[in-house]
Design a protein around this ligand. Structure first.
Ligand SMILES: *Cc1c(COP(=O)(O)O)cnc(C)c1O
Length: 383
């Protein structure tokens, strides 16, 4: 017998192995109180370790929106049954909310789940998938798993998408283009006129995905709402999620809005019963708590302004963020910053050689980060 084991797809060799972190934080702060209420925290004591603040995954620090837990708990009686295969109530609610036909909506297990389906419906081995870099980490991983070829176009000065270079990088092999707007991890946006100009240059048989995971945090008046953009463009697909502004990251539910052929293909490739009834119910209840969602987003964007101004005051050069995180271009010092943060009980997302992405959390978490950022500049100058 050989020692070779089962033959696996060669495409997987280009995908980094995923491993759990070696050490889990022991005292993760679970969630802040709703805005305007004091967080339930015991006064700091020397004998007690400080809570660990997770500012590494762009999660919402606030608890689920009013009505969400009640609705999800009520559904617990039914978990011996499969969920609604078609996500009917959620689809109807989304269609009404965005004034689009139900047939234009495809739900999935988080928008990352829908992203995987987007690759399944467009990309075959040898095809090209185009996106800016650095951008969302799922793009290269899912592209490689599909056996397609990632074509990464470096961000331009100011950490923005270089749409001219992206248009120039389109070939007859290009099948899928991601425009992450706002961009994760830089927080920058593509504005309406430049997006329309770019879309005019993309061949009509290439699908363009507007990944709008952070749209609720955008205040810029020239930001293009993808749902307006897609209406006149059959090759545009909008991707949204309940994980960020709606605070349902743990539920795994996201959706695409696209013209019927694309949406129907996405529904074909969905994992059957992938979106649990808990997730469907929580998403519906969250949509109905729009006002509370807006209030929390306002609290987070206020923190974004406060943290950004404080960092600028400390001497950091940063581009304005339009999302629920800030990006510091710390280059080779990035791991050092992340280590100092970890030492002080803050988890951030570090891309060594490039920069660090720090999610906006509750004010106490942000204050702690600002304290570390200032210390870092004093103790390790050179960024
Ligand atoms: C967080 C994020 C998502 C959302 O992922 P889910 O699978 O819905 O949790 C999608 N796109 C980008 C760019 C993100 O940053």
């Amino acid at each position: 017998m050989g020692e070779l084991g089962p033959k696996l797809r060669a495409a997987l060799e280009g995908v980094p192995a995923s491993r759990p972190p070696s050490r889990q934080p022991s005292r993760l702060s679970s969630s802040a109180g709703a805005p305007g209420t004091e967080a339930q925290q015991s006064p700091p004591q020397h004998s007690q370790p400080q809570p660990v603040y997770k500012l590494s995954a762009n999660e919402n620090p606030y608890p689920p929106l009013p009505g969400v837990i009640e609705r999800a708990v009520a559904g617990a009686q039914g978990i011996n049954r499969y969920p609604d295969l078609w996500c009917g109530e959620l689809t109807r609610e989304l269609a009404a909310r965005f004034d689009v036909p139900e047939s234009h909506i495809a739900t999935g297990t988080g928008s990352v789940g829908v992203t995987q389906q987007l690759l399944q419906i467009t990309a075959q081995p040898g095809d090209e998938v185009l996106y800016a870099w650095r951008s969302f980490e799922a793009y290269p991983v899912l592209t490689r798993i599909a056996g397609a070829r990632p074509v990464e176009v470096p961000l331009a000065a100011g950490e923005v998408h270089d749409l001219d270079a992206m248009a120039a990088a389109i070939t007859e092999r290009t099948r899928l283009i991601f425009v992450c707007n706002p961009n994760n991890p830089t927080g920058t946006i593509v504005r309406r006129a430049e997006l329309e100009r770019f879309l005019d240059r993309v061949p009509s048989d290439v699908l363009v995905v507007l990944d709008e995971a952070y749209i609720e945090f955008v205040e810029d008046e020239d930001f293009p709402d993808g749902i307006d953009v897609y209406r006149g463009r059959p090759n545009v697909c909008v991707l949204r999620t309940f994980s960020k502004a709606y605070g349902l990251a743990g539920m795994r539910v996201g959706f695409a809005v696209a013209h019927e052929p694309v949406a129907a293909a996405l529904r074909k490739t969905a994992v059957p019963f992938g979106v649990t009834q808990f997730a469907q119910d929580a998403a519906v209840a969250s949509l109905r708590a729009e006002a509370a969602m807006r209030e929390r987003v306002t609290a987070l964007t206020a923190e974004r302004a406060r943290v950004s101004a404080a960092l600028t005051g400390q001497g950091w050069a940063l581009e304005p963020s339009h999302a629920n995180f800030v990006w510091l271009r710390t280059g080779e010092r990035t791991d050092a910053l992340a280590e100092l943060c970890a030492h002080e009980g803050i988890l951030v997302r570090a891309f060594n050689g490039e920069g660090a992405r720090i999610s906006l959390g509750e004010p106490a978490a942000n204050d702690r980060f600002l304290y570390v950022a200032e210390r870092f500049r004093k103790e390790l100058p050179g960024v």
